[in-house]
Design a protein. Structure first.
Length: 118
């Protein structure tokens, strides 16, 4: 795993609202086709990050890990009413793909695989 995250396109909230993760830690071991990206919980305000509240999610099968290690136990969000696994608010409104600075704040920089970055 790499200790550096190289992404010039990683600039602010608009960049983190894409459909694909900005920074991924692995190819999904569950579905084999998705990227396991780092999401940050924002609670009910998408402009404010909840301190040290992140999770990993596959952008294809939506498997979720609560730490940056896809070898650990995973869960799935409810496909009919997806909820953020941290604050339990609506998943897409209460979380977004994490930026480089947010990943550093989480202390998860070492888990990022730069070769998989968008």
């Amino acid at each position: 795993m790499n200790d550096r995250i190289d992404s010039a396109a990683d600039s602010g909230p608009r960049a983190s609202q894409t459909n694909e993760p900005l920074h991924a830690i692995a190819t999904c071991p569950i579905c084999g086709g998705g990227l396991c990206g780092i999401r940050i919980c924002t609670g009910d305000d998408p402009t404010e990050v909840m301190p040290r509240q992140g999770f990993v999610m596959c952008d294809e099968c939506e498997a979720v890990w609560m730490e940056p290690d896809v070898r650990t136990q995973h869960i799935y969000v409810d496909p009919e009413q997806p909820r953020c696994p941290i604050c339990r608010a609506g998943l897409w409104a209460a979380s977004r793909w994490a930026t480089r600075d947010e990943i550093e704040m989480l202390g998860w920089t070492g888990a990022v695989e730069s070769d998989l970055d968008s």
